[in-house]
Design a protein around this ligand. Structure first.
Ligand SMILES: Nc1ncnc2c1ncn2[C@@H]1O[C@H](COP(=O)(O)OP(=O)(O)OP(=O)(O)O)[C@@H](O)[C@H]1O
Ligand SMILES: [Mg+2]
Length: 300
């Protein structure tokens, strides 16, 4: 009892605590919780704790991470307008650390599938679970805590007036300290090479700069699941290459849609081909992308 708990002890605690409630009690019984980030959910799949290691003025952020199947879709169907099915019967699971390309012709529902995963529409048919949470209105806070989503259209992504405010928005909202927010912003802007655009008004950015700023907003959140809808569109060859490098280094589960099949080949180990609202092929990226006949017969 008493004293400040160390970050490495929190790891130990997570192993033994079956539920978030028990974890919270366990930490409290040993010392002070300096602040928790996000919600501590029922299942303690992911708990982020700001705690003190050694000196009381040294504050660290610690994330325990989530494991196993992070996305589960079973017979997922969706229609924007009654009777016009966009997605008919989509079933797949995705595990931590996987990199999955989602490909298919224009208008077959790739963006729709991604929007469903972040809960932009919840009136779907079938099962859709993210990090163990069913995608429904009451779970959206938990779900969005885990997912970073880069929209196909950057204008839907950027909503603050300057680049730095946009990149800082997520971490700030997550309850991080000013110092931590600043570190996240600096690192994310550096990663996509747009440090010099930090003070720039988002509406003044070029198309490619908007895309890079959107990607920075996601990197700053350090999410467990990254969903990117056409991330390479509008990027010049140098920025495209840099993005490939960044994505290869990120350990999160990644789902990437792109018509840039070389980009998919460079960033995704697994590929899912969609047509007619269904999964046509799901497997090794090289095998699927080498099958010209398969791709051509599905509008690729
Ligand atoms: N808000 C909406 N209301 C009605 N229909 C929509 C809406 N958004 C998309 N659709 C329709 O749903 C279908 C799937 O669109 P979606 O944007 O998911 O396709 P996509 O596979 O991402 O295409 P692209 O490769 O062009 O990005 C299209 O026929 C589109 O017209
Ligand atoms: Mg799309």
């Amino acid at each position: 009892m008493g004293g400040n708990i160390r970050c490495d002890q929190v790891f130990g605690l997570r192993i033994y605590a079956q539920t978030a409630d028990k974890l919270k009690r366990a930490i409290k019984s040993r010392g002070k919780i300096y602040g928790t980030t996000g919600n501590i959910g029922e299942k303690a799949i992911k708990v982020a704790v700001i705690c003190v290691r050694g000196r009381p003025d040294e504050v660290y952020l610690m994330k325990t991470g989530i494991h196993g199947i992070l996305i589960k879709a079973e017979h997922l169907g969706f229609e924007y307008e009654k009777g016009i099915k966009v997605l008919e019967d989509i079933s797949f699971t995705a595990k931590e650390g996987e990199s999955i390309g989602i490909i298919g012709a224009n208008g077959i529902g790739k963006s729709t599938l991604m929007k469903l995963m972040v809960g932009l529409y919840t009136d779907y048919q079938g099962v859709l679970e993210i990090a163990g949470h069913r995608v429904e209105k009451k779970n959206l806070n938990h779900i969005r805590e885990h997912i970073g989503y880069v929209f196909q259209d950057s204008d839907s992504q950027l909503f603050m007036s300057t680049v730095e405010d946009d990149v800082a928005f997520g971490p700030r909202n997550y309850g991080l300290s000013d110092d931590e927010v600043e570190q996240r912003v600096v690192k994310a802007l550096q990663a996509v090479h747009i440090t010099e655009l930090r003070k720039k008004k988002t509406y003044q950015l070029s198309g490619g700069e908007k895309k890079l700023a959107s990607i920075a907003t996601i990197l700053a959140m350090n999410p467990d699941i990254i969903i990117m809808d056409e991330p390479s569109v509008a990027l010049d060859p140098r920025n495209r290459k840099n993005l490939i490098k960044i994505l290869k280094e990120i350990k999160a589960l990644k789902l990437i849609t792109s018509h840039d099949l070389d980009f998919i080949r460079d960033t995704c180990v697994r590929t899912i081909l969609i047509d007619d609202g269904r999964i046509i092929a799901d497997g090794d990226t090289d095998t699927i992308l080498r099958d010209r006949e398969l791709l051509e017969s599905h509008g690729m």
